[in-house]
Design a binder for this molecule. Structure first.
Ligand code: GDP
Length: 195
C-alpha cells in the first residue's frame, strides 16, 4: 500500500515564476546525477514511476514538484555534477535553487549520495548552501545494497563525521528496500500534518 495514496506530479519549473504557490510545506531532494535520486523518490512514495529514473543528460534543468498530499510537496532538484557543464547552465541552476530557498514552505533538504562514492565536493557545496538557509539536511547513502555490511557501517560513521553536525545520515537502498521507512519518517516529520 502506498503511504501517499494521492501522490502526483504537479509541475516542472524552469524559472521561479512557474513554482506552485508558496503555501503548505515542502521538502527538496537533491543529489549528483545518477546518485539514485529518482529511485529514492519512487521508493519513498511507493510510486514506481513518479520520478523518471532515466533522463537525457543536457536537458533544460527543471525543478519537478510532486504533491504527496494536499499542501505537502516534494521538490526534485536537477541532478548536479555539473562542474564541467557550461557556466550559463550552472548559473540557471543556482538561480533556481536560490529562489527555492526563499520559499517559506521549504522545510528541509534530503541529499542523495551514492554509497559507493560517499560525500563529494558537489555535495559539500549543497551542504554549504543548506547551512546558509538554516534548513535541516538529511543524507541518504543510496545503493547501500552494493556494500558489504561492514563497509556500510564504516561509511555511515565516516559520513556522520564528515557532516560535522550539519545533517543526519542513514543507509538507503531503493532496490533492497533498506531505510525507506526511516527516510519517510524524516520527511513526514518535516512536512508535519496539515489540516
Ligand atoms: P538519479 O539520476 O539520481 O535520479 O538516479 P536514478 O534513480 O536514475 O538511478 C541511477 C542508477 O542507479 C540507475 O541505473 C539505477 O538503477 C541505479 N540505482 C538506483 N537505486 C539503486 C539501488 O538502491 N541499488 C542499486 N544497486 N542501484 C540503484
Amino acid at each position: 500500500m502506498s503511504l501517499y495514496p494521492s501522490a502526483q506530479f504537479l509541475l516542472s519549473a524552469a524559472a521561479a515564476a512557474q513554482f506552485p504557490a508558496d503555501n503548505g510545506a515542502e521538502v527538496a531532494i537533491a543529489g549528483r546525477s545518477n546518485a539514485g535520486k529518482s529511485s529514492a523518490i519512487n521508493a519513498i512514495t511507493a510510486r514506481h514511476a513518479l520520478a523518471r529514473t532515466s533522463k537525457t543528460p543536457g536537458r533544460t534543468r527543471l525543478l519537478n514538484f510532486f504533491q504527496l498530499s494536499p499542501g505537502r510537496r516534494l521538490v526534485d532538484l536537477p541532478g548536479y555534477g555539473f562542474a564541467a557543464g557550461p557556466p550559463a547552465e550552472r548559473d540557471d541552476w543556482a538561480r533556481l535553487i536560490d529562489a527555492l530557498a526563499e520559499r517559506d514552505s521549504l522545510r528541509g533538504l534530503v541529499l542523495v549520495v551514492d554509497a559507493r562514492r560517499g560525500l563529494l565536493d558537489g555535495d559539500e557545496q549543497l551542504l554549504a548552501w543548506a547551512a546558509g538557509l538554516g534548513r535541516p539536511v538529511h543524507v541518504l547513502l543510496s545503493k547501500s545494497d552494493q556494500l558489504k555490511r561492514a563497509e556500510a557501517r564504516t561509511l555511515l560513521a565516516r559520513s556522520a563525521a564528515q557532516l560535522q553536525g550539519r545533517g543526519s545520515v542513514q543507509l538507503f537502498s531503493a532496490r533492497a528496500g533498506v531505510g525507506i521507512d526511516e527516510a519517510r519518517g524524516k520527511i513526514d516529520a518535516w512536512l508535519g500534518t496539515l489540516g
